[in-house]
Design a protein around this ligand. Structure first.
Ligand code: NAD
Length: 514
């Protein structure tokens, strides 16, 4: 029997005023292959209905396997014969910086398209577009800074260079939760390295990636260097991971698909970089800055409606403060403005799809059945659109699914610990290892967690900051490879060793006068 929704009056519901109207006509997109816009070879289309407004907001040509093959061949030709990989870093940087300028000129258009397809709030969507532009600028700087190494220590007659070559044709496959931000974490870095690419966004949120194609053209990117396909994973994504002409796959998405795709890519020994799921702990000690920790827990859990790989979806609280700390989190979570994404004040918008909302609710039901208590929310909201109340589960034990699996919704699992060693043991008792955090004024606690927790990023007395300068990625089933920072561009290169002998030959294999 379905559980009834909660009334919107049970949360801090926001419904007015709006910054824009809901569109009456969908955004229409075509495939972008070899610098040309065209419909799919099969004539198929794919539509996207807004999770907040229930109207069709996107209508796209839906690529076939044959279209994917054509896009890959265009990227191959652009790499093998085109000018892009042979340009100077400075020339590539000019194009990438121009893209960043154009993104910022059209920031509001990008933000609204993102909002209508994903259900995320307008203020956050604008921020994401701005961060994305920063990634394009940082990648532009990396294009000029990319360099290898040299060895002058091999003897008088030897000098060696270790140079970085662009890896080749890259398939870029992205998820629906941060559509434009994530494509901007990958594509500009691949381009900066001199690679060419085929890009496939999630079929749920294709709009801003398609719009990017216009900007790439305007910025002067040569034809075939970046190709954009809207399509499904099984039809298009599978060609992008198996095709002999693809040298690398850069994937962000679920661990399940990441594993399947790696197995396919292994058949042709492609390099694969994976940014996958997380079940990220925040560890709370009694000596923390209480207010800051409470706010960070609320932010960490409910930002992007919890549909976030970095969601701090489990907190480990010292048992001596657990009850009081949880009450403080509940009382702050009740004040989160949830509702219409077009309202400036909204902090939590809609859930991406009805199927995903069902999955989140089934996790909550599973937690109830396993003996956890729903201390806040736990249900969808009785509103137009797909909304879920901020939810807190208490009495969660490390063996429960909600303590171990990625829920990807606005659900916080509260666990307790007795001492530092137990906190670290619980934090590491996970197949994931994307990020972790600690709240304590004791530097020894903070550094012990920084060093001993197995995660790609550890935040000490802060949560979910991000900088283009700093590498990002996961341990274990949270992924492989790193994005951003120096690795942002280096991931898209091959190392080549060039050894040079100077002067007359020495070290004869057979005696010189034989
Ligand atoms: P998903 O794995 O379902 O889909 C991701 C992309 O893969 C989509 O474009 C999809 O069409 C494509 N795809 C699906 N099947 C495929 C196949 N067989 N071959 C090739 N491509 C295929 O993920 P999602 O539901 O879109 O996104 C949510 C997931 O992404 C969560 O698990 C989240 O943690 C993860 N994520 C991770 C990061 C990170 O940086 N670590 C960032 C954002 C999201």
């Amino acid at each position: 029997m379905a559980i009834e929704s909660l009334s919107t009056s049970s949360v801090a519901w926001v419904s007015a005023p709006r910054v824009a109207e809901v569109p009456t006509k969908p955004f229409r997109g075509q495939l972008f292959i070899n610098g040309q816009w065209r419909d799919a070879s099969g004539g198929e289309r794919i539509t996207r209905t807004s999770p907040s407004y229930g109207v069709v907001v996107g209508d796209y040509a839906c690529a076939t396997a044959a279209d994917a093959d054509e896009a890959i061949r265009a990227a191959r030709k652009a790499f093998d014969q085109g000018e892009w990989p042979r340009m100077t870093g400075a020339q590539r940087a000019t194009v990438l910086n121009k893209v960043a300028d154009l993104v910022m000129e059209r920031q509001e258009e990008f933000a609204l398209l993102e909002l209508f397809e994903s259900g995320k709030p307008i203020s956050q969507a604008r921020d994401e577009i701005q961060w994305a532009a920063e990634f394009w600028r940082y990648a532009a700087a990396s294009a000029r800074g990319l360099h290898g190494d040299s060895y002058n220590t091999l003897g008088d007659d030897m000098l060696a260079l270790v140079v970085r070559d662009p890896i080749g044709v890259v398939s870029v496959i992205t998820p629906w939760n941060f559509p434009f931000l994530i494509v901007s974490q990958k594509l500009p870095f691949a381009l900066a390295a001199g690679c060419t690419a085929v890009v496939k966004p999630s079929e749920l949120t294709s709009g801003t990636t398609v719009l990017l194609g216009e900007l790439l053209q305007q910025a002067g990117l040569p034809d075939g260097v970046a190709n954009i396909l809207v399509g499904t994973g099984p039809e298009v994504g599978s060609v992008m991971t198996s095709h002999i002409d693809v040298d690398m796959v850069s994937f962000t998405g679920s661990t399940r698909v990441g594993k399947a795709l790696s197995a396919i890519a292994a058949q042709t020994l492609k390099k694969v970089s994976l940014e996958l799921g997380g079940k990220n702990p925040q560890i709370i000690f009694p000596d923390c800055d209480w207010n800051a920790a409470v706010d960070a827990v609320v932010f960490g859990t409910y930002f992007n409606a919890g549909e976030c790989c970095n969601s701090g979806s489990r907190i480990l609280v010292h048992e001596s403060i657990a009850a009081d700390f949880e009450q403080a989190v509940i009382s702050r979570a009740r004040k989160i403005p949830v509702g219409d994404p077009l309202c400036e004040d909204t902090k939590v918008g809609a859930i991406i799809s009805s199927g995903h909302l069902e999955t989140i609710l089934s996790y909550v039901q599973g937690a109830r059945d396993a003996g956890a208590e729903v201390s806040l929310g736990g249900r969808s909201l009785d509103a137009d659109g797909l909304y879920m109340a901020p939810t807190i589960l208490s009495g969660v034990t490390p063996d429960m699914a909600v303590a171990r699996e990625e829920i990807f919704g606005p659900v916080l699992s509260v666990l307790t610990f007795k001492d530092l060693d137990e906190a670290i043991a619980i934090a590491n008792d996970s197949l994931y290892g994307l990020s972790a955090g600690v709240w304590s004024s004791n530097i020894d606690n903070c550094l012990a967690i920084g060093r001993r927790v197995k995660a790609g990023t550890v935040w000490l007395n802060t949560w979910m900051n991000g900088y283009p300068e700093l590498p990002f990625g996961g341990y274990r089933e949270s992924g492989q490879g790193r994005e951003l920072g120096r690795s942002g561009i280096e991931e898209f290169t091959e190392l080549k060793t060039i050894q040079m002998h100077m002067g007359p030959r020495t070290g004869w294999w057979l005696p010189e006068n034989v």
